[in-house]
Write a protein that binds this ligand. Structure first.
Ligand code: SF4
Length: 187
């Protein structure tokens, strides 16, 4: 006689890790935070019925970083704005995640100049890079679902903190974009 015969029907077995992942991924609250044109596409997913992120319990964009655990960096980050972005990130509840939305947030995009940070990962650790200029709302939804998948499979304990430290250390150790020959001055 197997164990399953002793159990009532509909009995579900899981691990604490999977359960925590399931709850975390279904209770993400994004910070209200838009920097440039990409932000209009981000606003569409929260306001237009045909996109409707309330299906995932995410329609509540929080005005306080202390109530948010997802930062969607939507738009280019100026050097002047960089410390503000970092401060908002630091004030968010942990564990927290970041989506870099659009070419500008991920790499500076077409703004290869002194005023724009050449990739927000120089300031904060990024979990998902979303390409496009601008990415359509459907693409952002796809990025959110991919992040959900990632969060659902994340290990508990110090793993997240270690991952964040490693990502930050590698961003600091990376060659500044203006020193890479293809972007900076040649020769
Ligand atoms: S990626 Fe394009 S749409 Fe997004 S902030 Fe940059 S220029 Fe604007």
């Amino acid at each position: 006689m197997g164990l399953e015969e002793k159990l009532p029907s509909g009995f579900l077995l899981t691990t604490v890790e999977k359960l925590a992942g399931y709850m975390r991924k279904n209770s993400l609250w994004p910070a209200t935070f838009g920097l440039a044109c990409c932000a209009i596409e981000m606003m569409a997913i929260g306001s237009a019925g045909k996109y409707d992120i309330s299906r995932f319990g995410m329609e509540v964009f929080r005005a306080s970083p202390r109530q948010a655990d997802l930062m969607i960096v939507a738009g280019r980050v100026s050097n002047k704005m960089a410390p503000v972005v970092r401060q908002i990130y630091d004030q968010m509840a942990a564990p927290k995640w970041v989506i870099s939305m659009g070419a500008c947030a991920s790499s500076g995009g077409m703004f290869n100049n002194y005023a724009i940070v050449q990739g927000v990962d120089h300031i904060i650790p990024v979990d998902i890079y979303l390409p496009g200029c601008p990415p359509r709302p459907e693409m952002l939804m796809d990025a959110i679902l991919k992040l959900h998948e990632q969060i659902g499979n994340e290990k508990l304990g110090v793993n997240r903190a270690t991952f964040v430290k490693e990502v930050e250390a590698s961003a600091i150790a990376a060659t500044p974009i203006h020193q890479i020959p293809v972007f900076g001055k040649q020769g």
